[in-house]
Design a protein around this ligand. Structure first.
Ligand code: PGA
Length: 236
């Protein structure tokens, strides 16, 4: 069964997230949908949601600390208040916009691994690397696994080419097929695809071998579209 994940990024408020999460919860129950569905709201919208379905609410980011003096960050004390036990690590915007290094990412990974969190770990190459060829692309992706324990039980991977994120440019089916096959050969973990996934292309993407689900940004922010995509994934 495929995994569908919504990454809200810096979108939605506490109020709109609450409505969204409750509606998706009800939708999953009403439709008897049992695939794993994740929502990663902004930190300010984390809450004690009344979830009765298989919906999982996770954190987009947190620092590798319980609490302390880290202005602007949250730690596990803030996550555990809401029973959050799932976290995104290594997202391209954290790497390339917010400047997280592989060393920092690995530290964060090991911290959350030690606490048993489910980690959705993201990798993906920028456009110039893709343009250099497959060997360079794979070399770049393997480096993003430096310091990452790939035997960790509670690990889900996401391949998200940077050039396809938030750009409307979806990777070609063949590109996705090739990279997913290579990653899957090395690492036998659920592997999501992400990058401009939307209702119109989700079905084709989920049909590619070694694609175990999708991590969706922009198209997941609209409740109806997210529901449509959950429905598409239901029978895959
Ligand atoms: P996008 O984002 O769907 O807007 O391309 C995907 C992601 O960054 O997870």
């Amino acid at each position: 069964m495929k995994i569908i994940a919504a990454n809200f990024k810096t979108n939605h408020t506490r109020k709109s997230t609450n409505i969204f999460v409750n509606n998706i919860n009800t939708f999953l129950e009403d439709e008897n949908i049992s695939n794993d569905v994740y929502i990663f709201p902004p930190a300010t919208a984390l809450d004690n949601f009344d979830i009765k379905s298989n919906l999982i609410v996770g954190a987009q980011n947190a620092y590798c600390v319980k609490n302390g003096s880290f202005t602007g960050e949250i730690g596990t004390e803030q996550l555990e208040e809401f029973d959050i036990k799932t976290i995104l690590i290594g997202h391209s915007e954290r790497r390339h916009v917010l400047g997280e290094s592989q060393k920092e990412i690995a530290l964060k990974y090991n911290y959350y691994k030690a606490l048993g969190y489910r980690i959705v770990y993201c990798v993906g190459e920028p456009l110039e690397v893709k343009q250099s060829g497959l060997t360079e692309t794979l070399g770049y992706i393997w480096e993003q696994f430096d310091g990452i324990d790939l035997d960790y039980d509670n690990l889900v991977l996401a391949y998200e080419p940077v050039w396809a994120i938030g750009t409307g440019v979806v990777a070609e089916i063949e590109d996705i097929r090739t990279i997913h096959k290579k990653i899957k050969k090395k690492i036998q973990k659920p592997l999501l695809y992400g990058g401009s996934v939307k209702p119109a292309n989700l079905s084709d993407i989920l049909d590619i071998p070694n694609v175990d689900g999708a991590l969706i940004g922009t198209a997941s922010w609209i409740e109806e579209d997210f529901k449509t995509m959950i429905k598409i994934s239901k029978d895959k």
